[in-house]
Design a protein around this ligand. Structure first.
Ligand code: ZN
Length: 202
């Protein structure tokens, strides 16, 4: 029996438009990309995916530009409940939740409104929650060299909720403790008690 094999060469694949690739995906999941509701879907998918991954095209130095200030304040700075939306790199499904960010300055602070933007630069990429947590901490360390940085992320993962184990209410908590948050138990506990709510397990 004769078999026909269709092979895509890399050089030809890169010639295919993003929208044609999404059209192909729609076909392969069993849909008809020419039906009314789907005709413009590849165009929408391309735009949505560009938005959800725009962090790849953002530069942390530009985001923080003119938002670093000299201070002689050395008490803990905390920004709680920063909402974020990201996508897991294993399934390209969303995970989302809240970030709690703290640092103890060492002569410099970051404008408070820039903290959510900094979280966003890393969240709007394909991620695993642990790396996202670490990257936020490292970016703050590089920007202002503080005495310490602490990050806690609590998130729900749609790849766990909609598929796989289908655990609807599980919350994944990750943390990164650097500098004084690592070496001084009292500083770490102060941070934890400020972000902890009744019922939280961390
Ligand atoms: Zn996943």
């Amino acid at each position: 029996m004769a078999t026909t094999e269709i092979t895509f060469e890399k050089s030809t694949l890169s010639d295919i438009s993003t929208q044609d690739l999404y059209r192909e995906i729609l076909t392969r999941i069993g849909e008809d990309p020419t039906r009314d509701g789907l005709v413009r879907t590849p165009e929408r998918m391309e735009k949505a995916m560009a938005f959800l991954t725009r962090g790849y095209r953002q530069d942390i130095n530009e985001v923080l530009h003119e938002a670093l200030f000299d201070v002689d304040y050395d008490e803990m700075v905390i920004v709680k409940d920063v909402e974020f939306f990201s996508m897991c790199e294993h399934h390209l499904l969303p995970f989302f939740g809240k970030a709690h960010v703290a640092y103890v300055p060492n002569g410099k602070v970051i404008g408070l409104s820039k903290i959510p933007r900094l979280v966003d630069v890393f969240a709007r990429r394909l991620q695993v929650q642990e790396r996202l947590t670490r990257q936020i901490g490292e970016a703050i360390t590089e920007a202002i060299n503080p005495q310490g940085v602490a990050i806690i992320l609590e998130a729900q993962h749609l790849c766990m909720m909609m598929r796989g184990v289908e655990k609807q209410h599980s919350l994944t908590v990750t943390s990164a403790m650097l500098g004084v948050f690592k070496t001084q138990l009292q500083t770490r506990n102060e941070f934890l008690s400020l972000v902890r709510r009744s019922g939280d397990s961390f």
